[in-house]
Design a protein around this ligand. Structure first.
Ligand code: HGY
Ligand code: MN
Ligand code: MN
Length: 411
């Protein structure tokens, strides 16, 4: 009976659009940065849905939320979930799909009157994006013990606010002990956020690995001076050093080839005026690769370029690591289960790595874990045009349902 169970894709699709209205942007898309008022509204919406579905809801001290569904037997639950925080120009699917698909699975089981052997848990983790507070995947990293609660709470965001103050302000600092509940296995459904599945006309990605991530902040300090009167050989131009380093990132990444990618997503100058040589320049460098050896080499080369240029230009240079995660391999058995389940349901499927970071890469530290991808139209994400077709959403949620049922039957 359970092998024939299917989700209601229309219902899931509708709930995605409705949640997407929380923090919705005038031209479409969502802005629900972690621990903002919009995040609070989104959290409230999802938690009330969890209660409606009869789940036992817990929130831990970093704001992670767990909705537990009892099994016939006690024991560590099979968990699914993702995140509901977004970047500033986010789509309605990134993260939200994994959480709402988990709740759709629960609703499908409730309607069928089916109780699994193991308990099930649908979770959303705090600050997966890392766009406001670095590192990304902060909530799930604390949950698995990779970052202390203290380190997380004292982290300051790009707006200078601390995680602790923002958690308190939105009432998301829960009482549930961090690291609970235990977890038997974890599976996350997520949009691919890249072009691979769509280009190859494949519906399901059985994700084997998440690539390595290196985030750093580079700060150059020179001396402001008059743009018109200061001879070029007298300048200590922090802006020039930052911009030259940004173009070096592109050159060095192109030279590395393979899966290497590099992004300078943030750059600010002071005093940021047309007729003043910049005194300070602050930028972020995001480097990623499936091969940690190459990633480490590119990281070192970019830093060396910046240091040598700073010396040559008479500038101070500081580098702060914002995030550094080695590539993570998912559990071969769970990956195979995703792949076989997709085939059994009649979907095309391929194995692949993830270019984006995900909470699953943290859960993989403590339990057998894998991910299910569905195609992103145009490979677009972290963009208000992010889109995934309803039939693909439905396919992904059905694979998730059947994989969770399989895992929840194991002793
Ligand atoms: O940056 C990432 O890969 C993720 O969206 N946090
Ligand atoms: Mn995501
Ligand atoms: Mn994202």
């Amino acid at each position: 009976m359970s092998a024939e169970l299917r989700v209601d894709g229309e219902r899931l699709w509708q709930r995605l659009q409705t949640l997407g209205e929380v923090g919705g942007l005038p031209g479409g898309g969502v802005c629900r940065l972690a621990l903002t008022e919009e995040d609070r509204l989104g959290r409230d919406k999802v938690m009330s849905r969890m209660h409606e579905l009869g789940l036992e809801v817990h929130q831990d001290a970093i704001g992670n939320v767990f909705g537990l569904r009892a099994g016939r037997e006690a024991g560590a639950p099979v968990m699914t979930g993702s995140h509901i925080d977004t970047v500033r120009t986010g789509g309605v699917y990134d993260g939200n799909l994994g959480v709402l698909a988990g709740l759709e699975v629960v609703e499908t089981l409730n309607r069928a009157g089916l109780q699994t052997r193991r308990p099930l848990c649908v979770a959303f983790f705090t600050n997966e994006e890392g766009a406001r507070f670095a590192p990304d995947m902060m909530g799930s990293l604390v949950y698995v013990g990779g970052m202390t609660l203290e380190q997380a709470l004292t982290t300051r965001g790009i707006d200078g606010e601390s995680v602790a103050d923002c958690l308190d302000r939105i009432g998301a600092a829960g009482q549930h002990p961090v690291g609970q509940p235990d977890v038997h296995a974890f599976v996350e459904l997520h949009v691919e956020q890249g072009p691979v599945l769509e280009r190859q006309g494949i519906t399901i990605g059985a994700v084997e690995q998440v690539q390595g991530i290196s985030w750093a902040e580079y700060r150059f300090t020179g001396r402001s001076n008059h743009a018109g009167t200061t001879p070029m050989d007298m300048r200590q131009d922090a802006g020039f050093a930052a911009m030259d380093t940004a173009s070096y990132v592109r050159r060095r990444v192109s030279e590395a080839g393979g899966h290497q990618v590099g992004t300078v997503g943030r750059m600010s100058l002071t005093p940021d005026l047309v007729n003043v040589v910049p005194q300070t320049a602050c930028m972020t460098v995001d480097l990623r690769n499936t091969d940690d050896r190459v990633l480490t080499q590119v990281e070192a080369d970019v830093e060396r370029h910046a240091r040598e240029l700073a010396k040559q230009e008479g500038l101070l240079f500081e580098r702060h690591t914002l995030a550094r995660f080695a590539p993570v391999d998912f559990d071969p058995g769970v990956v195979e289960l995703v792949e076989n389940t997709a085939r059994r349901l009649g979907h095309s499927v391929r194995r692949m790595p993830s270019g984006a970071g995900h909470d699953a890469q943290m859960l993989a530290r403590v339990c057998p874990t894998a991910m299910i991808f569905v195609p992103s139209v145009g490979g677009i994400s972290h963009n208000i045009e992010e889109y995934t077709a309803m039939e693909d959403i439905t396919a992904g949620a059905n694979v998730l349902l059947q994989v969770l049922l399989e895992l929840a039957q194991t002793p």
